[in-house]
Design a protein around this ligand. Structure first.
Ligand SMILES: [Fe+2]
Length: 539
């Protein structure tokens, strides 16, 4: 075992010698670990651990008040939270050109186990994070505890949902996009009113995006969720610009290439992504896989960078371009990559973790098809190729995870949604937003207008929350968690509905549905009774 002093001195000499850089002159005068720590993308022998130094995180130049030079950062990975048994350690550099972020990829760790990690610079030590390696490829783990979420507009609500996720101690957290929003303060308002303001203008420059990420990352509930488990992240639109499509911005913008370049760079700098994901120009190679032994393969998709522009001017339309086989939401290369990966996976569960609604969602009760051109409905031929691909590959269980729509939904997936007799061939679990849209309201799924004429849509709820899932060789069980309010901190998380997908049986089986309670928030007594997420709530 190497003592921390030994790591510091030995590592500093080696690193400085290798790269010929001067050792840091003076350390920061105040704690630079204001933005927390994070980990992600676990493999059987490692993961990436992340931090970003910022003594003055809200500095308008985006550089967090750090000097314009590299800082030496030590890191440790240990078997225990007191760091008495180190598993790996070393030195890294926090460079000003990457906003003093640190992305370290420890290797040679043991599969399928928990680790603790931390960083240090000069006399400052970061908070401790907990993470884990993925199980080895050959094993079939007995279970995986998963949480997934999307859409955390900072102004629309407090990040209590992140706190509740942390308290439930999942083994893996999947973030499906809209981790930050681009708007200036007060431009995008929740119906229940905004509870806090974005700093800075609508994000356009690298400094803007860096400052915006810093503002979000200062939130203690967000930091708690990062500290509890490894994350697998994908971005959606608001990390760049509402409803962008490859080179096409929402509204004409001659500087959009520069904006994308800045947004991609800031996203990588602020996320637990591996060095192989570092952006070049406008492109951040986001699509990748996380494997959980033989139990699950997560195909993390990118439905923004390579898509064709939305048809018919976007919005809900009956749009001929939607069924044009020449158009794709993934782009040809990623589509091929996905289909090959489905053929090779061999996992019990193949999970497509992605951004926008996958199943058909027709807004018109009559014969007209009115669907969202920003979702897979706007790229129906692309969707059909993916579903046909998993059928051809004889994928054992295909499950799509989705964010974006700011409501909980659950859907059975078909190859042909127009045919009422078409068999169910997969399932989709759509998580509501963590905060976007404000409090929302409890809703009776029986009365939602879409559910009457979209029979494959099985559940809807308009509150805020996230989804918890337990994946085993026998079933995937999902709990749709809701928070009765986000305009104040401290809401309890409640199980609103539960669905099960049985191994080898495509489609959703409802396990429970909490009765519609009316659109009111909990009474003060209920709030007092539920301040901690209660395991006993499970029916
Ligand atoms: Fe969103």
């Amino acid at each position: 075992m190497v003592s921390r002093r030994g790591v510091l001195v030995g590592g500093a000499v080696v690193v400085a010698g290798l790269f010929g850089r001067p050792a840091s002159a003076e350390g920061p005068a105040v704690d630079p670990f204001t933005l927390g720590i994070a980990s992600g993308d676990p493999t059987p022998d490692g993961f990436v651990i992340w931090t970003r130094l910022a003594v003055s995180p809200m500095a308008e130049d985006g550089l967090g008040g750090m000097a314009d030079r590299a800082y030496e950062v030590w890191w440790q990975v240990a078997h225990d939270e007191h760091f008495t048994r180190l598993a790996a350690s070393g030195m890294s550099w926090a460079e000003p050109s990457w906003a003093h972020s640190v992305h370290v990829e420890p290797r040679g760790l043991e599969p399928g186990r928990e680790y603790f990690y931390r960083f240090g610079v000069d006399r400052w030590t970061s908070p401790t994070g907990r993470t884990r390696t993925a199980p080895s490829r050959a094993t079939l783990p007995t279970s995986l505890e998963l949480a997934f979420l999307s859409c955390a507009q900072y102004e629309h609500g407090f990040f209590t949902g992140y706190r509740r996720i942390a308290e439930s101690e999942p083994e893996l957290i999947v973030h499906l996009g809209d981790y930050v929003y681009e708007y200036a303060a007060g431009v995008y308002n929740a119906p229940s009113g905004n509870v806090r303001d974005h700093a800075g203008p609508e994000t356009q420059t690298l400094a803007d995006y860096r400052q915006r990420f810093a503002q979000y990352k200062l939130d203690p509930d967000l930091q708690a969720a990062h500290a509890v488990a490894p994350w697998a992240v994908v971005f959606d639109d608001h990390e760049v610009d509402n409803n962008w499509a490859g080179p096409v911005p929402e509204r004409p913008n001659p500087r959009f290439e520069r904006r994308r370049t800045a947004a991609m760079r800031a996203y990588w700098e602020n996320m637990p992504l591996r060095n192989a994901r570092q952006p070049r120009g406008t492109v951040l190679p986001l699509h990748r896989r996380v494997r959980w032994g033989q139990l699950a393969t997560f195909h993390l998709l990118d439905t923004r960078q390579y898509r064709d522009d939305q048809g018919c001017g976007d919005g809900y339309r009956d749009c001929p371009a939607a069924s044009d086989p020449a158009r794709s939401i993934l782009g040809a290369a990623q589509e091929k990559w996905l289909l090959e990966g489905l053929r090779r996976s061999g996992a019990t569960w193949d999970v497509l973790a992605q951004q926008v609604f996958f199943a058909q969602r027709d807004r018109d009760p009559g014969p007209v098809l009115s669907t969202s051109q920003d979702a897979w409905d706007g790229y129906a031929a692309s969707r059909r190729r993916v579903v046909q691909g998993w059928l051809d590959a004889k994928v054992r269980n295909a499950v799509v995870l989705t964010g974006d729509v700011h409501a909980h939904w659950a859907a059975d997936v078909k190859l042909d949604f127009a045919d009422p007799h078409a068999p169910v061939v997969g399932s989709e679990l759509i998580c509501t937003s963590l905060t976007t849209g404000g409090d929302g309201a409890d809703s009776d799924p029986a009365t939602h207008p879409f559910l009457g004429h979209n029979k494959h849509l099985r559940f809807y709820n308009g509150q805020r929350g996230y989804v918890r899932a337990t994946v085993t060789p026998a079933e995937l069980s999902a709990d749709f968690m809701t928070l009765p309010y986000v305009h104040r901190a401290g809401a309890p998380a409640q199980r609103k509905a539960g669905f099960v997908i049985a191994d080898g049986v495509p489609g959703l089986q409802r396990r429970y549905l909490r009765p519609f309670a009316g659109p009111q928030s909990l009474s003060p007594q209920d709030q007092a009774d539920h301040t901690v997420w209660a395991e006993t709530e499970r029916p």
